[in-house]
Design a protein around this ligand. Structure first.
Ligand code: PEP
Length: 253
């Protein structure tokens, strides 16, 4: 029986002004305020982070940013550092989301630099990996996710690997309504745990949480999280509706 505490994380992407985000978090707090046995995290847009940090103070909700730059400061117009995110109230940051990789050119090497910068500053990185549909149909899923994870965590000591969270998010399942089957997800999660073992040893691999992401909804979360290596979910669209996300938080495995 795993001792990993489940984590349900909502990625709000580029949805919501600060007032809209405040309304959503208010609705969410009312629905999940009594939950104790699992971790719950939200990743609002940058502009809402500070006001949401104030709103959730004293609750069990965790706050993440959706991206960061690896440098501490400098002439990097439009970028944001780990220290800035911490000062805004974040404890976590999403790194290497497939939308960053596909639309904004984040490479495996950039993911590694961002992961290292986050950890050095004291943020917990949620490192995302996942194959495209073309890669899955070509039979290269395992090669792709093993490469992404090995390079993304390449510079880390075992203690630092232990301080990360991994998210397996098949690109073909993100925002498409097409979800991986529990068996497909378990197969990849188990392979990722083996990569973690190679990087940092079996004890660390057994302790690191690996989330599944890709069209997680109230009606499929229970079956997914029944799989032994699925330790929670990274949720996009369904995290924007408080009742749906609250149901996902209350999954029964
Ligand atoms: C995501 O953005 O990480 C995600 C998994 O999105 P969705 O749940 O909408 O597929």
């Amino acid at each position: 029986m795993s001792t990993r505490v489940p984590l349900l994380a909502g990625n709000w992407k580029m949805y919501g002004t600060a007032p809209e985000a405040a309304a959503l978090v208010g609705d969410l707090l009312a629905l999940i305020g009594d939950v104790r046995d699992r971790d719950i995290l939200i990743a609002p847009p940058f502009t809402a982070l500070m006001s949401i940090a104030e709103r959730i103070a004293g609750s069990r909700l965790l706050l993440a940013a959706q991206n960061l730059h690896w440098e501490a400061q400098g002439a990097f117009t439009g970028e944001i550092s780990a220290a800035m995110l911490i000062a805004a109230g974040c404890t976590h940051v999403i790194v290497g989301h497939s939308e960053r990789r596909q639309l904004f050119g984040d490479t495996d090497a950039m993911v590694a630099r961002k992961t290292t910068a986050a950890l050095q500053a004291g943020l917990t990185p949620i490192v995302c990996v996942g194959e495209t549909l073309v890669e899955r149909e070509a039979g290269t899923t395992m090669d792709v996710v093993r490469r992404q994870l090995s390079i993304g965590l390449a510079d880390l000591s075992p203690d630092s690997v232990a301080a990360t969270i991994i998210a397996y998010e098949p690109v073909w399942a993100i925002g498409t309504g097409r979800v991986a089957t529990p068996e497909q997800a378990q197969e990849v999660h188990s392979a990722l745990r083996a990569v973690l073992s190679g990087l940092a040893g079996p004890a660390v691999a057994a302790a690191v949480r690996i989330l599944y992401g890709g069209s997680v909804k109230p009606d499929n979360v229970d079956a997914l999280l029944r799989q032994p290596d699925l330790d929670g979910a990274l949720v996009g669209g369904a995290s924007l509706k408080a009742t749906d996300f609250a149901r996902i938080v209350r999954f029964t495995a």
